[in-house]
Design a protein around this ligand. Structure first.
Ligand code: ADP
Length: 490
């Protein structure tokens, strides 16, 4: 392998196209390929859930299987493999842990994901791939750096491996009653007693990853700064400040092949930059399909999201009638908390021609909404990176965002003096500030000269993985070159 080219094992609990609940799957499904284009030998490993479609299971080949011990339990561990877009993907097979109705909503999820972390470490000598870097992601893989420090790094096979832990969303931490620390992870008691894996008396997988990885990243520079403060720190800001020297932010990208308006088969009409009429044809199509008044002149605002508090839904709810009074149409796609779903469903009756509420997960419809909307609303309370604003750019749809996390790092608010900008933004988490920003965006929508320039400008932006993959490369190289450096907490 060429100098500076590394072997990297990317470890995640979900990855597109095998299994997806959120943005982590988009990242795990596209970053490894981008890193391979940089010359690294990157491989991915995920659990072999029941929900993975048959077409992938049929393509898997068995690599090995053996028994392993998770604390007191002696259990089967199978490793299967396939190749997807040039990336070797390993699947950890254990029917007891992963052949379940739900992938995350299980009472013993601490044990499921302790098993996953351990299985990844156990399989390495057997699969004939020794990584320079193990790159873990989010709480489900938090135990991996701990197990590595506790009992793998001491073995000569593992000693040169470095661990990276990426936080995609600090809110979801994996917190469990403390007695499971010793029982399931089987680590030395001092990890618990020192507080390294404990927060508020509970075993905390997110904190575990933060405290034991050689380096921690998160998915935008703004979020990396924000999570060190109590407002955004979700209770773990102190741990992040302790590791501040080993914490950095690298913005996510999106797949420019998957989200390509020129080739995406989900679109009614495919289009390129400059083909505003063809973009409008997508708007007409989605208006017809979802039963909105068909009117190319009405501004159409899209909103595609998990319906949870993080996404600013209480702001939308507080001024919903005022938003509709701007004369815009509103198109919602998402599932989540009942209170939000019910609110929008109830409003549907009030605005039959101008509001479409779609309570479901539908990737094809999502593409059609991104392409057909004029504006895309993301008033998030916090947003580690946010992918939807980047997907919107790709389809010439102008984002309206709150200035937080990755939204702050990617959207430049339109400035009518200079004509610069790529969207519309507001700073305070306040419903009327959001409303004012929507009104402002709608007023510019009516000025076709300004608007078309904006549409063409955002279609020229490039938020593919290319730049971010270069930053990860640099991080991997720095880490493997700092041989002596170890995290300070142990
Ligand atoms: P998060 O990871 O917090 O959910 P992101 O903006 O990082 O938010 O990523 C969300 C991804 O999930 C985007 O690709 C978005 O289009 C997609 N998505 C969210 N809800 C739905 C839905 N109901 N149907 C289809 N896609 C959805």
């Amino acid at each position: 392998m060429k100098k500076g080219k590394k072997k990297i094992l990317f470890v995640a609990s979900e990855a597109d196209p095998f299994i997806k609940t959120g943005g982590l799957a988009d990242v795990a499904g596209s970053l490894p390929q981008a890193l391979r284009e940089e010359g690294h030998d990157v491989r991915l490993v995920i659990p072999q859930y029941r929900q993975i479609p048959e077409e992938y299971k049929e393509r898997m080949e068995s690599v090995c299987h053996f028994r392993t011990k998770l604390a007191w339990r002696d259990t089967y561990l199978g490793v299967n493999r396939l190749e997807e877009d040039g990336v070797p993907v390993y699947f950890i097979d254990n029917k007891y842990y992963f052949d379940r109705d739900s992938i995350y909503e299980n009472d013993d999820k601490h044990e499921q994901f302790a098993f996953f972390s351990q299985a990844v470490l156990d399989m390495l000598p057997v699969i004939d791939f020794k990584p320079d870097i193990i790159h873990a992601n989010d709480w489900q893989t938090g135990p991996l750096p701990l197990l590595f420090a506790d009992r793998y790094r001491q073995q000569s096979y593992y000693q040169d491996i470095k661990t990276v832990f990426t936080i995609h969303n600090l809110k979801y931490q994996g917190q469990f009653a403390g007695h499971s620390a010793g029982d399931v992870l089987g680590v030395a008691p001092h990890h618990w007693e020192s507080g390294n894996i404990r927060h508020n008396g509970l075993l905390n997988y997110m904190k575990t990853g933060i405290m034991y990885a050689d380096h921690i990243t998160t998915v935008s520079e703004s979020y990396a700064r924000e999570i060190q403060t109590s407002y955004f720190g979700e209770g773990l800001d102190y741990a992040l400040r302790m590791r501040a020297d080993d914490l950095s932010g690298i913005l996510n990208g999106i797949s420019y092949e998957k989200f390509d308006p020129k080739t995406n088969k989900n679109l009614a009409v495919r289009f390129s930059k400059g083909e505003i009429d063809k973009k409008l044809a997508n708007k007409i199509h989605i208006q017809q399909k979802l039963g909105l008044e068909v009117n190319a002149d009405k501004p159409l605002i899209g909103f595609i999201s998990r319906m949870v508090e993080q996404k600013g839904l209480d702001l939308v709810r507080a001024v919903f009638d005022e938003i509709m009074a701007t004369g815009a149409q509103f198109l919602i796609l998402g599932t989540g908390q009942r209170e939000y779903e019910e609110f929008f469903k109830a409003k549907q009756h009030k605005y039959p021609d101008n509001l479409s509420v779609n309570i479901k997960y539908d990737a094809q419809l999502a593409d059609q909404i991104y392409a057909g909307s004029d504006l895309f609303l993301m008033p998030s309370r916090f947003e580690p990176c946010g992918l939807s604003q980047l997907i919107s750019f790709r389809y010439g749809t102008i984002p309206i965002v709150r200035e937080t996390g990755g939204l702050n790092d990617t959207v430049v608010s339109y400035n009518e003096e200079t004509g610069e900008g790529t969207g519309f933004s507001f700073s305070n988490y306040n419903a009327h500030d959001m409303l004012h920003t929507i009104e402002r965006a709608v007023s510019f929508y009516e000025q076709k000269g300004v608007w078309n320039k904006l549409v063409n400008r955002v279609m020229d932006l490039n938020y593919s993985w290319h730049n971010s993959a270069k930053k990860y490369s640099k991080l991997y190289n720095n880490l493997t070159e700092e041989k002596a450096k170890r995290p300070k907490q142990k």
